[in-house]
Design a protein around this ligand. Sequence first.
Ligand SMILES: *Cc1c(COP(=O)(O)O)cnc(C)c1O
Length: 475
Amino acid sequence: MDPAVTDTPTDAALRRAAELAREFVAGLPSRPVHATVSLETLRARFGGPLPEEGEDAAAVVDALAANAEGGLIGSAGPRYFGFVIGGGLPAAVGADWLTSAWDQNAGLYVIGPAAAVAEEVAGAWAADLFGLPAGVSVGFTTGATMASFTGLAAGRHALLREAGWDVERQGMFGAPELPVVTSDESHVTIFAALQMLGLGRERVTRVPTDGQGRMRADALAMVLGDLGRPALVCAQAGNVNTGAFDPLPPIVAAVRANGGWLHVDGAFGLWAAADPARRHLVDGVGLADSWTTDAHKWLNVPYDAGLSFVAHPAAHQAAMTLGAAYYVETTGAERDPYNWVPESSRRARGFTAWAALRSLGRRGVADLVARDCDLARRFAAGLDGAPGVRILNDVVLNQVLVRFDDPSGDAALGDARTDAVIAAVQADGTLWLGGTLWHDQRAMRISVSGWSTSASDVDVSVAVIRRVAEAIREG
Ligand SMILES: *Cc1c(COP(=O)(O)O)cnc(C)c1O
């Protein structure tokens, strides 16, 4: 590069950031997965009054990395099994750096043409992988929460419009009744989306679930039959505890008979469609009206990256569009991203998803899903049969629920023992996983969602869990 370019504050800051980032990523497999510094330390390091004078860019980058040291979780590494979290594929992280350097505004085609087209293409590739109908519209959101907000807003628009009400103009006061039906185990963010849409978090009929957390389709059909008017129905592909899938074919049939709108939250589970061996889990998914997924979970794209798909583009756009006079009217050939998401100005999220999908290809996405599911089974097999250890779920996807029973059989003592094992595993630092409340009992929750996790990472992790559990058993 031209020395006039390489001698600037910008270049120095970028080079320093690249060095620090490379060191961090290279160290991920060997550093502790948990944080090693306290809240007080982090506040003291980052804190103090706002400086009066500014500082050199590269020095600030250095200071940031020094302050964050020990306060960074190894969630991008191979042994993070908490929540449902992915890492960052190499191509996606590279694309993310460029996204920042390019600093495109992905609101309008005219201020970010490449960003708009990357979204268009990555969205179509993902829709194809999931087997969604031709012509679905797509919006790139911060995550699954806002993707569900978007899909449910489109459903709210369509159902109220059929009832003669323009909700975008008139709001919800005085609107016709719009029933909402969820699963008893719908993800908490579905209720968050409903609360933001004026539909109410508790003004909802919750359909009971079965022993794996799947919505009971017979119960849904009864609920819808009793309503006598079209409802907004939320089903789930991938229960956040068990990974189980709501039975979509009978759910689709019940919603069609009701004339309602079916939204499917597939934040991570929708990716099962990309694996030929697991596609059957989402049979019927293409017949829904709107879908949510994340790219920052199982596709292993850096945050933030959610996708909202809608089978009725007019409803999608009507629910989201801003319609300000100064927004450039496009000719119809180009796609303005702001029409499909809640925001106007925003990050160009399509670049990372495009890069991840291009680097994996169709086969690579299938392999990633299949590998993580196989590793989840390896976890279950490695833990099952150890003294006092029980696997609570059918391991159909990437989620494993583990229970550590008390020898007395007492449930409360089993809860305490399970929490103690989880806490000891977290403190060990070799891996990280969390706990959950599953059908009234505490359980360890293991999620295998990373691109870099190997069989030996699982074996090392199983050994730690077994050792810790044994130590607690012996008191
Ligand atoms: C993670 C998750 C969400 C929320 O996703 P965010 O990207 O955190 O907004 C919603 N639904 C399910 C099933 C999830 O697993």
